[in-house]
Design a binder for this molecule. Structure first.
Ligand code: PEP
Ligand code: MN
Length: 677
């Protein structure tokens, strides 16, 4: 080894040791924080502090040339670890604090996704942890029951494949308790014995669910047969044992590392967002303090009475419980009878929750609480995504905007629209765009370039958007060609770049669709579809976006009245899709200084007539970047649910719409004013 390489490696080793020392020191402090919080009854999680911490570190890292996504990813993991540690410490304080060896079961081999969830969940415990693989869920749960192991990690549902019925059936049958959950991100990799061309692979082994999730990729391998095997990680072990070069396996990166085999291709699943929810099963329940946000899972069966199911559900929701899951399963040996699985936010230790459950038990023929445990959501799975649910200053919508003035109601009854009308639905509609709620009290910001020009351009926009806590990333990929346009939009290639940038930054994405034939395909990749101003009355396009289950942003045409605009929205709703967000972007008047006149009067009027959310795009109305920020503030001041701003890393060199695009500095400044900072 050359001398300087050796020296550099020694230096790296020193730095790595310092990192580990720093992490241990951090852990010590977290323990002290946990005690203080417990004494003062403060919540374990402080989302606002977490966000500030990450924003600060991202800024610091930027100075040292570190990618913001990288810094975010690492610190999300560190923070998650600290939250788990605080939960565990609390747990120990409650029970006898004796430390010992805990045996945790999982199904499959080392590197299985359950194994990874197990190590994440239990890795923070002060105890010695022994992980034990099982060949089946049933044998694993039996071991818990017979106290041969302490806990089992049981996959219960997958974000693509849905519920894992076998797990539910076992939980219904066995008297065990849920004491925790984990959300495990699943990234499938193609693993082989050596770095060989894909064309030489003849057989691919994996768990049947994993094979099904990689169907599109597998179909591109010619003369190759996919074969189901008990577990992802064990299929890696199998190909290693058999030493046949034409065999490959699909499993986690962890499994490849464990068996020392190369990854031929990473992330081969048809859908990139893939999570499995696992529950931690124990023999006895654990009571968590109310400071820890919990979820409760239970099972019930209904009485043989008309309306029995509705009564049970209403009984829960009337008490203000937020149901996060409801699932029915056939009852064993009773054809056409069902048992129901419910998850809701809350803790049975809370007297109000206990009262709601008592009522449920009265209405049901059977009820069993499986457990209350600290809740994890997909957002808590390690990712670069910053948390988006934070209260922000901004105009507050009037309380009780659900009662309609009788005079307004009489007017509305004469209109040519019904589904979008407040008379049809008095409550304001909230729309979730990849988890960001639009239409509520907190105004949202959509930002990004007019069009996606390159991977680098959209990636830079996404980094800034993440840093500035923008809610949704925009970027045009398909545009109606306009006079004077010399730029050819990138189409699906641009959408790939946008999707990748959105995924890296944890931001949902919006893209305009112009051709009805593209709607279904675009909807698979984008979180929000935009119908442009020029297409507001393109009924073929409206019908198509009306048939998908994806939110749609409907821009107002420059020449449409408010009622014509609402009628266009109505047309979408009549096709089934109720998730329409209206966007005011300027109308034609005699004002010559701007491409259009931003009609902010439309905001309160639309809000009176319709329950749909409404946002404002000042960029396309003003046409000049420096005029955009004050109008964005004005939009929020009159109660818009959000704004959309065009921004570009280098407006002077933008391929289209440069003059109207905010520079990064202008966006930063505008965001801080919009957020009231
Ligand atoms: C856009 O948002 O890029 C756009 C083309 O908007 P509009 O349809 O409002 O002109
Ligand atoms: Mn534009």
């Amino acid at each position: 080894m050359p001398k300087d390489l050796e020296e550099l490696r020694t230096h790296l080793d020193t730095i790595d040791r310092r990192l580990v020392d720093a992490l241990s020191e951090r852990r010590g402090l977290v323990e002290q924080v946990a005690r203080l919080k417990a004494d003062s009854g403060r919540a374990v999680r402080d989302a606002e502090r977490e966000r500030e911490l990450i924003a600060r570190l991202v800024e610091q890292g930027r100075g040292g040339g570190l990618d913001p996504f990288y810094v975010t990813r690492i610190f999300r993991e560190i923070i998650e670890h600290s939250v788990r540690l605080q939960e565990v410490l609390h747990d120990d304080a409650g029970a006898s604090a004796e430390q010992g060896t805990i045996v945790v079961g999982y199904q499959g081999g080392i590197g299985a996704f359950s194994y990874m969830a197990a190590t994440r969940h239990f890795g923070t415990r002060p105890d010695d942890i022994v992980y034990q693989g099982f060949s089946s869920f049933a044998s694993m749960l039996d071991a818990v029951k017979q106290e041969r192991i302490d806990y089992a990690v049981l996959p219960i549902e997958n974000s693509i494949a849905g519920s894992i019925n076998e797990s539910y059936d076992l939980l219904a049958r066995m008297n065990l308790h849920l004491v925790g959950e984990e959300v495990q991100r699943v990234v499938h990799c193609l693993i082989a014995l050596e770095e060989i061309p894909l064309s030489r692979i003849r057989r691919v082994y994996s768990h049947p669910v994993a094979l099904a999730q990689c169907g599109e990729f597998l179909s591109t391998l010619t003369n190759c047969h996919a074969e189901a095997y008990t577990d992802t990680a064990l299929s890696v072990s199998k190909i290693k044992d058999e030493q046949d070069l034409s065999q490959a396996a699909i499993a986690s990166e962890e499994a490849a590392r464990h068996y020392g085999l190369p990854i031929l291709k990473r992330d081969v699943a048809d859908q990139k967002e893939n999570y499995t929810r696992m529950v931690i099963v124990g023999k006895a329940p654990v009571v968590y303090e109310r400071r820890i946000p919990c979820k409760t899972s239970l099972i019930f069966s209904t009485r043989h009475e008309r309306g029995a199911l509705a009564r049970c559900i209403v009984g829960l929701t009337d008490r203000g419980l937020n149901l996060t899951k409801l699932e029915s399963r056939p009852k064993r040996n009773s054809p056409w009878e069902y048992i129901f699985y419910v998850d809701f936010e809350g803790n049975v230790a809370d007297p109000e929750v206990a009262a709601a459950l008592e009522l449920l038990a009265t209405n049901a023929s059977f009820m069993k609480v499986l457990g209350s445990y600290p809740a994890r959501t997909t957002k808590d799975a390690p990712s670069a995504a910053p948390d988006v649910e934070r209260p922000r200053p901004g105009p507050r919508r009037r309380e009780g905007d659900v009662s309609i003035d009788p005079a307004v109601e009489r007017q509305l009854e004469k209109k040519h629209y019904r589904l979008v009308s407040r008379t049809h639905r008095p409550d304001s509609t909230l729309i979730s765009v990849g988890g960001v709620i639009i239409g509520g009290e907190r105004p949202i910001v959509i930002a990004g370039p007019g069009v996606v020009e390159s991977r680098t351009q959209i990636r830079r926009c996404a980094q800034l958007a993440q840093e500035l806590r923008v809610d949704v990333l925009r970027g045009g990929c398909f545009r109606p060609t306009r006079a004077g346009d010399r730029f050819q939009a990138l189409g699906y290639e641009g959408l790939e770049f946008l999707e990748e940038a959105g995924r890296e930054s944890g931001l949902p994405i919006i893209v305009e669709v112009v051709d009805p034939a593209d709607v279904e395909r675009v909807a698979r990749q984008a979180d929000l579809l935009q119908v442009g101003a020029r297409n507001m009355q393109n009924y073929a396009l409206l019908a198509e976006v009306g048939k998908i289950d994806r939110p749609v942003l409907l821009k107002r045409s420059r020449t449409a009245t408010i009622d014509e605009w609402l009628t266009a929205a109505e047309y979408i709703l009549t096709h089934g899709n109720q998730q329409v967000i209206l966007c005011e972007r300027g109308i034609r008047t005699f004002a010559e200084e701007t491409p259009a006149t931003l009609d902010l009067s439309a905001i309160p009027i639309v809000q009176e007539r319709s329950h749909l959310p409404i946002i404002v795009d000042p960029t396309h109305a003003l046409g000049e970047a420096r005029w955009v920020p004050p109008m964005a503030e004005a939009a929020l001041a009159v109660g818009a649910h959000g704004v959309m701003l065009e921004a570009h890393p280098d407006p002077a060199r933008a391929l289209v719409d440069g003059p109207q695009s905010l520079s990064f500095e202008q966006l930063r400044e505008s965001m801080s004013r919009l957020r009231g900072a």
